[in-house]
Design a protein around this ligand. Sequence first.
Ligand SMILES: [Cu+2]
Length: 166
Amino acid sequence: MRFAQSLCPLAAVLLSLSPAHAARSQAAAPAKPAVAAAAAKPALNANRVTYVAVSGVDYNFTAPDQVPAGVVAFNLTNAGADLHALALLELPANHTLREFLDMYHSKGIIPPWMPTLGQTGPIAPNQEAFLTVRMKPGRYILACMIPARDGRAHTEKGMVKMITVK
Ligand SMILES: [Cu+2]
């Protein structure tokens, strides 16, 4: 039984190597790009990865204000002298950035109404990290949750940025 099953992939390989199959593939090839362009556009967008460069310095983020919905790869580079990290938090429509900052700075916690999409580890100066997530339209916060040497969070020093996903 096992042997019979393992023959099937072999048969497929042999079939694909046959001259008849090669001729069919070649004949069909010219029509392929046009069909792909017409039919695959929504699927292509859904699976396209958008690269977003994020630069972290002491104590600020440089990043685009707007990012397209879909799979987004944030590439954090640490251009500062302190350790930095990138946390990605969703900001629900009925809440504000101020509310997040007030709760985080007074209680040291992320508000329970604020989902965390992901976070990089702390990275050293001149190093980089990637955070890849699927994002739906809405407002999001880039935040560095690392405490500085004086005990204050990097967010408190300005290392926080709101972005819009459309
Ligand atoms: Cu930081």
